[in-house]
Design a protein around this ligand. Sequence first.
Ligand SMILES: Nc1nc2c(ncn2[C@@H]2O[C@H](COP(=O)(O)OP(=O)(O)OP(=O)(O)O)[C@@H](O)[C@H]2O)c(=O)[nH]1
Ligand SMILES: [Mg+2]
Length: 316
Amino acid sequence: MNFFKKLFTKEKKESLDKGLKKSNESFFNKISKAIVGKSKVDDQVLDDLEEILISSDVGVKTTLKIIDQIEKRVANDKFLNSDELDLILKEEIIKIICDSEQNNFLSINREKPHVILVVGVNGVGKTTSIGKMANYYKSIGLKVMVGAADTFRAAAIDQLQVWSDRVGVELIKQKMGSDPASVAFDTLESAIKKNIDIVLIDTAGRLHNKANLMNELSKIKRVLQKKNINAPHEVLLVIDGSTGQNAFEQAKQFTNVTEITSLAVTKLDGTAKGGVVLGISDQFNIPIKFIGIGEDVEDLQIFDKKEFVDSFFKKS
Ligand SMILES: Nc1nc2c(ncn2[C@@H]2O[C@H](COP(=O)(O)OP(=O)(O)OP(=O)(O)O)[C@@H](O)[C@H]2O)c(=O)[nH]1
Ligand SMILES: [Mg+2]
């Protein structure tokens, strides 16, 4: 199937439904049980709802915020029934998801090349997401270049080479062990010469508490700025959604030490912890740009909060 087609048609929605199936089943079953046989939304329903949201990895703070809003609406409308609760819950959840114009790629008034530095802890899906993003940007007619600034392992460079070949975009790389900042600089320099639209820079997985690795990120940024003071235009943090509360922790640690401008939440397929997307978006106030819902090249979607919530609540 053509990726472009999948992005903009009902196939996109179908793969989202499929990707979120586990989260949906778990969430929906719990909600149905909580409201079965109830003619109105009472305290018990609200208590159950609170528990459901927390156990769906939405996070305590965000859950309390949602419940608070629902309580207010219930107070205004004493005869609210449980069917309406479904609708109101959806509305309130959509409201708390951080929105940003940044999410609308097609209307971005981009400086060329637009540089996206991709960061995150080990194994969350950075390299894979770069491959998928490269494919996406190319499919909408943009010229894409990828930089292999994860020089830590030879396999990391090879992995990115495989993705670049597959997608058909140029990769800039150096030898294993070379300075990541130098690779980033080379990539931007080449991208400027070749009139590239989007530059995606891969980095090695790192923990926030490894000072030398975090300094390396600052160095990459400084060196990019020698070429263009606005680069990187984005620092995209990739987090693994299947780790639930740990994904919150990763977002917290990274945002404490470096400026993160957007998020990609991966591996939402195969987990019932999809609720983590709602809490992270609310609490960090950083837009989620992409979600990963599988290992294939098409399995990365632009995050659309309405579609996401819709899939989350879908009755099967
Ligand atoms: N099911 C599923 N698997 C994913 C998704 N995204 C990435 N993966 C898998 O996660 C594994 C790790 O992905 P990588 O892209 O190598 O992760 P990384 O962050 O670059 O890892 P390091 O470079 O070692 O830090 C691979 O097996 C990917 O196929 C996703 O959305 N769903
Ligand atoms: Mg990698």
